[in-house]
Design a binder for this molecule. Structure first.
Ligand code: MSP
Length: 520
């Protein structure tokens, strides 16, 4: 049984605009991991929040004619926090980089790097993409027909900036970082991203400009208040200010190091700059940085700026929050890029959720009601088929757990889905509706229904990290008196060994996933 500390983070989101499903994707994945780890008894903490300083946010606020703080307060309350409710995120904390607990930590952190000799004053010029908030190297730029240099991600002109700034001696960390990747092969995952990061670092790192003085929307550099801290350096530090670094040592050492879930576009910040900053400050590096892929629309990264941003709230309203969570985690292999379309969502919804899972639950429940007056029957005639089901369930749950530990979320869901398919197959073979026709088969009938109900019980528990609302409904329908939350304390991994009490009364089961073509 796993029992350790698990601290998972999402990127903190830019609040220059409202969220789209690409943002929701990072959230749902981290939430799945957090819920799973809680359910296996790990001391879990999940953090999300908003990245509110910097030029990009300042420009959005100015365009709207609002002071940046007012703009930020407004978007956090009207768009970002409601997103978390809409997709049922169970975060333990929400950090905003404009909070004093964070700004204070940023000042202490940056002062520490300065005191340790890792920061100097110098001059720098380069192409800057405001949408990425990043200086771009040659390979990250493309030329348009007019010869302008564009950011390869945003396809927007990169601006040439030349500044006198404070610099972080990132170049000193080329070898220590390569050593870190070599000694901890899972530090950057999945493997494809690890290789990308290693070959980038092998080219040698340049020092990083970490302050700005052309605008003042940010945290002031403590020893020179005419400069503010570069927004990315400010933002990365959230992962430690949120858990009380330097303020609450006990909590910090209970939580740190973290597992960071990030999109591949921001992997270098997390897998290169952030560990180097931590090494310079003498703080342990993160446990792992996982770079997931992009949700694509027509082969391109879905984004608000390209006009392809799809609102998570619209999708959850159409298909339900659980179907939303399930679809993106199962249909897009976690770690890879994936196209999605409404047709694909609907096809999978009908095939896997409505027909595969929902129909299984309603058939089993209806037969228990019809043949056993809605009470859990005893399984007194277990045979070979029941052994097969039980082995399948044990393997699926323990296999899924291994995959979750390796952050193979899609693999874990596929594994759990073998229980759905296995139970459907078992029912087709055992034909309880035929057994019911002859009283001589009463024991076998009871055994088949009981075995199927037990399978549903395991599914209710094991699928709760991905479809929490549905799991709760199923759990209640199985006659469970305690909520699934209470059950998860008992441990998801042990669910396969638990049992429904014989003779206990089932509750009612609503249609879990109404078929889409049955909707109005
Ligand atoms: N503010 C920074 C992160 C700072 S973390 C210290 C940032 N914010 S963001 O709002 O632009 O992006 C947040 C996350 O959304 C990133 O992980 C990004 O990869 C993800 N996505 C944005 N568009 C996406 C897709 N189309 N598909 C999948 N995820 C993508 O970057």
């Amino acid at each position: 049984m796993a029992q350790g500390s698990f601290y998972v983070t999402t990127p903190i989101f830019y609040i220059n605009d409202v969220p789209h499903i690409g943002h929701a994707y990072s959230e749902v994945a981290a939430d799945f991991l957090a819920r799973w780890h809680r359910a296996v008894g790990d001391d879990t903490w999940s953090l999300t929040g908003t990245d509110e300083h910097g030029e990009k946010i300042l420009r959005s606020a100015q365009a709207a004619g609002l002071p940046p703080q007012e703009w930020a307060d407004n978007l956090v309350e009207t768009a970002w926090k409601p997103l978390l409710d809409a997709i049922n995120i169970s975060n333990d904390d929400f950090i905003r980089t404009t909070e004093e607990r964070h700004e204070d930590g940023v000042r202490r952190f940056i002062q520490r790097l300065y005191d340790r000799g890792y920061i100097y004053f110098g001059e720098f010029g380069g192409y800057y993409c405001v949408s990425c908030e990043e200086y771009k190297n040659e390979p990250d730029l493309i030329k348009n027909d007019d010869g302008d240099l564009l950011c390869a991600i945003h396809k927007r002109p990169a601006e040439y900036l030349s500044e006198e700034n404070y610099f972080f001696k990132l170049s000193e960390f080329t070898q220590p970082l390569l050593d870190l990747y070599a000694s901890n092969p899972n530090f950057v995952s999945p493997d494809s991203r690890r290789n990308e990061v290693i070959s980038f670092v092998k080219q040698g790192l340049q020092d990083l400009s970490i302050s700005r003085n052309s605008f003042d929307w940010g945290v002031k550099i403590p020893w020179d208040e005419s400069h503010i801290v570069y927004v990315w350096v400010d933002a990365l530090i959230n992962y430690i200010t949120a858990i009380g670094w330097g303020v609450d040592d006990q909590n910090f050492s209970r939580r740190w190091p973290a597992t960071h879930i990030v999109g591949k576009d921001i992997l270098r910040f997390h897998a290169v700059i952030w560990p180097a900053m931590l090494m310079a400050a003498g703080i342990e590096v993160p446990k792992q940085v996982f770079g997931h892929g992009w949700l694509l629309v027509g082969g391109e990264k879905m984004s608000k700026s390209s006009g392809t941003g799809v609102s998570p709230v619209e999708l959850t309203a159409a298909y339900g929050v659980d179907a939303f969570r399930y679809y993106f985690l199962k249909a897009v292999v976690f770690g890879a890029d994936g196209n999605f379309s409404l047709e694909d969502i609907e096809a999978r919804y009908n095939a896997e959720l409505a027909n595969g899972f929902g129909n299984l639950a309603s058939r089993v429940h209806a037969m228990a009601v019809k043949y056993f007056e809605g009470k859990v029957p005893e399984a007194s005639a277990k045979g070979e088929a029941e052994k097969v089901v039980s082995t399948l369930i044990q393997d699926a749950v323990s296999g899924a757990h291994k995959q979750v530990e390796a952050i193979d979320i899609t693999g874990a869901l596929n594994k759990l889905w073998t229980i759905v398919d296995g139970l459907n197959h078992y029912l087709t073979e055992q034909e309880p509706w035929h057994l019911a026709k002859d009283p001589a088969n009463a024991d076998r009938l009871a055994t088949v229904i009981r075995t199927s109900l037990e399978g549903l019980r395991v599914l209710a528990v094991a699928l709760s990290p991905v479809i929490p609302e549905t799991s709760e409904k199923l759990w209640v329908a199985l006659g469970a008196v305690e909520s699934i939350g209470a059950l998860s304390v008992q441990n998801l991994l042990e669910a396969a060994n638990g049992e429904l009490p014989t003779g206990s009364a089932l509750g009612t089961l609503p249609v879990l996933f109404p078929r889409i073509d049955n909707k109005d």
